[in-house]
Design a binder for this molecule. Structure first.
Ligand code: ZN
Length: 478
């Protein structure tokens, strides 16, 4: 456990991240390069995130399905942009049962191909539409440079795949799911995000439009937090998915897909953590409050643990995720540091004198504050305290983002600023891919998003000076 301090975020953010993931027992590298073992404290954060998403998927009319991990190569090869985009990252199984396979099998990097080849059989008439399906799955995309949660070859996610009778309906669906992602990022993970469109160069392979939510981490680097794609009729054409419309005419179906992954566990670590470790939003904290009993003699132990257990049961009954840390082998100071590292939002310290006075000491992880609270009413007030911690973390992250968002005044100030300070940089862009690529080469920043609705910047492109056609937000990103 934590015997030495974590690296300071300001000194070496990547080292801080590696250490906090390891010491807070969130995850570790698996034996195969690029793979990840998710430990209980990390997996529980994902489970709470999953539930928040799944409840919202169901509330918006979606159902869960499951498609196979292995995809015949001939299926994957049908949508040209899609296969070109994913080809370098696809792992292929060529042997099975001790023999060469007749047809190699791809391990899914995403499931559009297998799902749309199946939709061909499920969609005949406009009455079959829409199909509003989602699957929870693992996918594999070969990665050379990996970082736990943020970029690993195999990761967990959900992928929604819907089919519609019209372009408008599919676009509305893609935007609806982007809004669901915004809600989960902001209301559950307490990470403020921008909603926007990707530039053509940053689009999902095979998409007509890629919508995204983008967050800013505490090292002033951006992170793509979720994407929702309007796929047009590209996949329906590639997999020959047609339906008879209400006028009896044959049409190709319109598609969306949308994904949110375990990368967001990494985002939660990086958007809120500090030099003492994690600061977890209560909505996803595996332990929301921990009771640490303080005692010296056996008699004190009996008295304090009696009251502590009563308090634990009371909190649990109210639906609070509570732990009573009654481990005898560790001193209270050690336990305080461990739960701080693990990001538990509220710690309850309970000693013999507190018990005598009918009170406890509450330490709030997010702002480091400590104060006494009467035992009477402590459990019933806990949900409100946690809600205020949740709101405080969001406010902190929002203030950080505002402080790190800049208008581009000149290309030079942008290039220097993004190098020295990171952050979001907003300015006019001509809309040309070549100019975008040049800016990226010179600044190592990419367009994180364009506004959902095209907005005239009424200014010249910050780089080439041609008339601006889009307002682009740039950043260096994970
Ligand atoms: Zn330009």
């Amino acid at each position: 456990m934590a015997t030495t301090k974590l690296p300071a975020q300001a000194d070496d953010f990547p080292a801080w991240y590696v250490e906090v993931v390891r010491r807070a027992e969130l995850a570790e590298h698996g034996p195969a390069k690029g793979s990840m073992i998710i430990r209980p404290h990390g997996y529980a954060i994902w489970e709470h995130t999953q539930r928040a998403l799944d409840d919202r998927f169901k509330a918006t009319g979606h159902e869960n399905v499951y498609f196979p991990l292995l995809i015949p190569m001939s299926l994957l090869d049908k949508e040209a942009d899609h296969v070109e985009g994913f080809a370098p990252q696809v792992a292929v199984v060529t042997r099975g049962g001790g023999e060469e396979l007749e047809e190699p099998l791809a391990i899914r990097p995403t499931s559009e191909s297998i799902i749309w080849s199946t939709y061909k059989r499920w969609i005949q008439s406009y009455r079959d539409l829409p199909l509003l399906y989602n699957q929870w799955a693992n996918v594999l995309r070969w990665e050379m440079r990996t970082r736990l949660f943020l970029r690993t070859s195999e990761f967990l996610w959900q992928e929604g795949h819907t089919a519609h009778a019209s372009a408008d309906e599919a676009t509305a669906e893609a935007l609806q799911m982007l809004e669901v992602y915004r809600q989960v990022a902001e209301d559950v993970l307490a990470i403020p995000v921008h909603q926007g469109r990707k530039s053509a160069g940053e689009r999902f392979p095979g998409a007509v439009e890629t919508y995204c939510i983008e967050g800013l981490m505490r090292d002033a680097k951006a992170l793509q937090c979720g994407t929702s794609h309007f796929l047009g009729q590209n996949f329906a054409k590639a997999y020959d998915v047609t339906f008879l419309n209400a006028d009896g005419e044959l049409e190709h179906a319109w598609a969306t897909s949308w994904g949110f992954s375990t990368r967001m566990v990494g985002a939660t670590i990086m958007a809120h953590g500090d030099d003492a470790g994690l600061r977890l939003p209560p909505a996803v904290a595996p332990v929301q409050t921990v009771i640490v009993p303080i005692y010296r003699s056996d008699q004190e132990r009996a008295t304090v643990l009696g009251v502590a257990e009563h308090l634990r049961a009371d909190l649990a009954e109210r639906g609070i995720r509570v732990r009573l840390d009654d481990r005898d082998q560790h001193r209270p100071g050690f336990k305080f540091a461990e739960w701080e590292l693990k990001g538990v939002p509220i710690r309850i310290e309970l000693g013999p004198r507190d018990v005598e006075g009918g009170k406890a000491v509450l330490a709030t992880r997010s702002d480091g504050s400590k104060h006494e609270s009467p035992l009477d009413g402590l459990a019933s007030g806990m949900a409100d305290r946690l809600a205020s911690v949740q709101a405080g973390l969001f406010a902190d992250a929002l203030a950080y983002r505002e402080a790190n968002t800049h208008e581009i005044e000149s290309f030079e100030s942008f290039a220097t600023g993004v190098e020295e300070r990171g952050g979001f940089w907003v300015g006019a862009w001509c809309g040309e891919a070549a100019c975008e690529a040049e800016i990226s080469t010179r600044t190592k920043a990419t367009i994180r998003f364009l506004p959902l609705e095209v907005r005239d910047p009424v200014a010249a492109c910050v780089h080439c000076g041609k008339p601006g056609t889009e307002v682009a937000t740039w950043a260096r990103a994970y």
